[in-house]
Design a binder for this molecule. Structure first.
Ligand SMILES: *Cc1c(COP(=O)(O)O)cnc(C)c1O
Length: 437
């Protein structure tokens, strides 16, 4: 057993040998709220926001801002934190816009993404005063222009471009290549075309350019390379149209540590490197340094999350493997099934014993692929009614949860130093049939 605090500083072990999260005994939380249970360390979320906000202030020109990519974790309480911290947000659907509005978030600081905004989305985003649309393609651009014209407004937009960078991460989260469903490629000339088109629209106010190279990115200089390609494009646009953007949005994607072997990213240092590259390239190209936006999702909330389960059957197939089944699964965490994601797992009530039983942690869904984590080690004593903790589940867990097998989604409990409170209640059986006519 390694010390859990080496994975993330909000993990510790108390005198009873139990796993604690932000100082709270996880067994007490499981007993009080039931399992499966999502815990969210709100203090950690604030610390992660603060890291970005402070470094932005230090490194980038006025108007620069980190935007929380809320697809990573969307519920009312998280938008309240973002509002309080002075973060901007990314939203990708009417549902996320509605949730942010429900929290009282100032939507003028919201950036509306998606590679296929429906007419209803466009209209809802304008109704609710979403500040910026990040436009993916020419059809969408014209649809936004038409709706803005109908309303007699001038809509602020950014254009999503693909810089043609391969981040060497998992294919499904690698989005900056030319061959991508997102954005307009610089390499093919489509980026230039959509820029000229945007500038000719009377109801669109082109504010800048956006790119997003991928997610769970550890590669040394991906953001610097992306920034350089984007700035060269900006210089080219200045030469052909005389247009200079207010914003360059470099997207999200910094990787987080799910397991001890993952590298640790020093976010302030990475951002300073990006700022140095931006300043150097702008000086070389003789263009003004635009305000910089970034869109961290995972690196804001992942290590603020932890999921608690209760173990049920522990089944050993002699000569093969031991399965430890828990009372949740791919319905609350589909990331191993989707991406082969790695996680650190503990038997939360048995932290000070040897972890020598090789096993797979599986869920309760009727699907062989319903695995939370294969090939891990838990204590040999692990058995029915033990509390199992899966760490670093703050991003892309609750937001990807489903009701597969009609399993109600778990609640979210927010933790602060010295207190905790329910932020999303557990789904009830009646909720499952609430939509059925
Ligand atoms: C997913 C996404 C993000 C957030 O990525 P993380 O890896 O969670 O930081 C930011 N911007 C865009 C456009 C995205 O699609």
């Amino acid at each position: 057993m390694t010390n859990p605090a080496t994975l993330c500083s909000n993990l510790s072990i108390n005198a009873r040998g139990h796993l604690c999260f932000r100082g709270h005994d996880t067994l007490d939380l499981a007993a009080e709220y039931g399992t499966p249970l999502y815990l969210l360390d709100a203090d950690r979320v604030r610390e992660n926001c603060r890291t970005y906000l402070d470094t932005f202030l230090e490194c980038f020109p006025a108007g620069s801002k980190p935007l929380f990519a809320s697809k990573a974790l969307s519920f009312t309480g998280i938008y309240r934190i973002m509002q309080e911290m002075g973060m901007g947000i990314d939203v990708v659907s009417s549902g996320e816009i509605h949730t942010a509005r429900n929290a009282g978030f100032d939507l003028s600081q919201a950036f509306f993404h998606s590679n296929n905004k429906t007419d209803d989305d466009i209209s809802f985003a304008m109704d609710t005063g979403v500040g910026y649309f990040v436009v993916d393609n020419p059809e969408e651009l014209l649809a936004i222009q038409a709706e803005a014209e109908r309303r007699g407004i001038r809509q602020k937009v950014l254009l999503r471009l693909t810089p043609g960078i391969d981040t060497h991460t998992y294919e499904a989260v690698n989005t900056g290549k030319v061959d991508s469903k997102f954005g307009q490629a610089i390499e093919t000339g489509q980026a230039e075309k959509i820029t000229v088109l945007a500038l000719s629209q009377s109801n669109l106010d082109l504010r800048g350019f956006h790119c997003h190279v991928g997610s769970q990115v550890f590669t040394e200089d991906v953001f610097e390379r992306a920034a350089e390609i984007m700035l060269r494009f900006i210089a080219h646009v200045r030469d052909i149209c005389g247009y200079s953007p207010a914003f360059l949005n470099l997207g999200g994607g910094y990787g987080v540590r799910y397991i001890e072997d993952d590298p640790q990213i020093d976010i302030p240092r990475k951002i300073r490197d990006v700022a140095a590259a931006v300043n150097k390239t702008c000086a070389e190209l003789k263009i003004p340094v635009p305000a910089i936006l970034m869109e961290p999702g995972r690196s804001i909330v992942a290590d603020a999350g932890l999921t608690l389960y209760t173990a049920g059957s522990v089944k050993t197939i002699p000569g093969y493997r031991t399965y430890v089944a828990v009372d949740g699964g791919m319905s609350d965490n589909p990331r191993y099934a989707l991406y082969g994601a790695r996680y650190t797992c503990y038997n939360a009530g048995r932290m000070n014993v040897p972890y020598e039983m090789e096993c797979s942690l599986v869920g309760r869904c009727c699907e062989s692929g319903d695995i939370i984590q294969p090939f891990l080690r838990l204590p040999a004593e692990t058995g029915r009614s033990d509390t199992i903790a899966v760490c670093t589940t703050g991003a892309y867990n609750y937001s990807m949860a489903s009701n597969y097998n009609r399993i109600p989604r778990p609640p979210i409990v927010m933790l602060h130093e010295g207190s905790h409170a329910l932020a999303v209640r557990r789904e009830r059986l009646e909720d499952l049939t609430a939509l059925d006519l």
